[in-house]
Design a protein around this ligand. Structure first.
Ligand code: BG6
Length: 525
């Protein structure tokens, strides 16, 4: 695939003056050069209130939005622009307290246009509304359409936008036109291909931004820098020196009123098909030839294409699924998954999975990768542990008579954003004795903000036209090709209930893990 991305944003640093009232004197953000209108489809929903509007306001405060800009909220709710302002101010106020005068200036750029999602005439109205706004506010016809909607509506909305001519770029008064799509991208390989086909009817691949908010986390972005801006790690980053890799993303939260979605998704679609696969690729990929969206995404896709398929008849040798029972959370009793509102009382949907997988290439042959994610577990923890092989020969065996603990490198993503390396040293004193010590680096050490949170980062990258942190369709398909047979194997299994292990909320998951794969999950709370 050729590199079609517009000039790499890392080549053009567009200096931006910060908002004069902003808290910091220095602007650390890049202001997108192109003026832009951000159209949020589903503007009265939860995602807009919790994530998008606070992120846009923060970007604005730090000079990270273009000049001029506009945000047009679209939704089924009959609202006018002042009503939308009020709603958004309340929403942002739930996340942080916005400075009144800055909010007023920001809000002067917020508009609302009611829409009926299945009516082509309503999209024609939107098109005219946007054209008027362009003229009045000098927005240059550049538009970012954010799908903050249930995924079942994606194909229809793409078709409606396209039908109203809003997918055309650089003609009929339009500038660029981009779509921002939230996961899930389909529920298996076939539906992912179908979804893509319907979006591609009116939009080209370079117009589509498929979000994975994990990729926008600072410490996740840092994985590439850590691996490829240092010469010391790459020579040992392979099967000769690495024994196994653990990738963990555990949560204490349950499904939090998302039963409708979660009953359809389960942990494999909710966390594995996206976030876990992306972290895996960042750890396992080959060095890209350049730090550009296409070259980086080429390497990730190659890694996913090298995943060894699971033998259908031996699923349980490679996969443990679990579902949370009741337990305690913050001192209160927490309901079992099957007692959550909206969940079927006999649901067999997994809320926990641990998977042992292999990558069939020269670098990783024979090295197991253990991927674990689950809800209502002991701790919210996201981290990657690289366990190196033990020393090939212990010259201390006679003297110390003890096992030498292998080196471990841990890349902490949350809550501890730090990198640690554990190694052995002599214990000071007369006795010859080993002790394990840890060297650490805290990611934010010696750095003052402002920093972009994940949604601020993805919104800004969409405006900059940088697809580095977004999924490319061939990679979406590579991951579905790996996961679809596993999902089908689990869902078709006659003994499906036996595949699913119950675990008590607040623990580290099903007890069977300890027997099968000890040492991968933390032991203590
Ligand atoms: C989302 C999943 O994509 O990621 C949620 O749908 C999950 O179920 C969330 O809770 C976890 O994200 P984070 O950033 O809190 O680790």
């Amino acid at each position: 695939m050729t590199d079609t991305s517009s000039p790499n944003k890392y080549d053009i640093i567009v200096p931006c003056e910060p908002d004069p009232q902003a808290a910091t004197a220095e602007c650390l953000f890049e202001r997108p050069r192109d003026s832009c209108c951000i159209v949020i489809l589903g503007a009265t929903g939860d995602l807009t209130a919790r994530k998008l509007m606070p992120a846009l306001f923060n970007l604005y405060q730090h000079g990270g939005l273009p000049k001029p800009f506009a945000v047009v909220g679209c939704g089924r709710t009959r609202l006018d622009t002042p009503g939308f302002h009020k709603k958004m101010e309340t929403a942002v106020g739930r996340v942080f307290h916005p400075d009144r005068s800055r909010w007023d200036v920001f809000a002067a750029n917020l508009f609302y246009q009611p829409i009926s999602f299945d009516d082509p005439a309503s999209f024609e109205d939107l098109s005219r509304y946007l054209a008027d706004l362009d003229k009045k506010n000098g927005l240059g016809g550049n538009r970012l359409f954010y799908f903050a909607l249930p995924p079942s509506l994606y194909p229809k909305i793409a078709q409606m936008l396209g039908g109203a001519g809003l997918g055309h770029e650089h003609q009929d008064g339009n500038g660029w036109s981009r779509l921002v799509v939230e996961k899930p991208f389909g529920r298996n390989l076939k539906t992912a291909i179908d979804l893509d086909r319907s979006i591609h009817h009116y939009f080209g691949e370079e117009q589509i931004f498929r979000i994975d908010h994990y990729l926008a986390k600072e410490t996740v972005q840092n994985i590439l820098m850590f691996r490829f801006a240092n010469a010391v790690f790459e020579p040992i980053w392979n099967r000769r020196y690495i024994d196994h890799v653990g990738i963990i993303a555990t949560e204490t939260l349950g499904i939090e009123n998302r039963a409708d979605y979660y009953e359809q998704a389960g942990v494999l679609r909710d966390m594995f098909q996206n976030h876990m696969m992306q972290i895996l690729a960042l750890i396992a990929m080959e060095p890209p030839s350049s730090f550009s969206a296409e070259r980086v995404r080429d390497e990730k896709t190659k890694t996913h294409r090298s995943l060894r398929p699971f033998p259908a008849e031996r699923l349980s040798d490679f996969l443990v699924l679990g579902q949370y029972g009741s337990g305690t959370r913050d001192g209160k009793t927490a309901p079992a998954y099957r007692q959550e509102p909206g969940v079927h009382p006999d649901s067999l949907v997994p809320t926990f999975a641990m998977m042992k997988l292999f990558i069939d290439n020269w670098r990783w042959q024979g090295v197991p990768f253990y991927l674990t994610s689950g809800k209502r577990l002991s701790r919210k923890l996201t981290r990657i542990s690289i366990r190196f092989k033990g020393v090939p020969h212990s010259m201390f065996r006679q003297t110390l008579g003890e096992t030498i603990i292998a080196n471990q490198l841990v890349l902490g993503i949350f809550p501890e954003e730090k990198i640690t390396l554990t190694f052995q040293t002599k214990t000071p004193g007369v006795r010859v004795k080993l002790r394990s010590v840890t060297m650490d680096f805290h990611y934010y050490q010696d750095q003052d903000g402002p920093f972009l949170d994940a949604y601020e980062k993805v919104l800004q990258d969409c405006m900059l036209g940088d697809q580095m942190l977004f999924w490319r369709q061939d990679d979406v398909e590579a991951c579905w090709s790996f996961l679809t047979p596993i999902l089908e194997g689990c869902e078709a299994c006659r003994d499906r209930a036996r595949l699913l292990h119950a675990y008590e909320a607040g623990t580290w998951g099903p007890a069977v893990i300890e027997k099968l794969w000890p040492d991968i999950l933390p032991k203590s709370a």
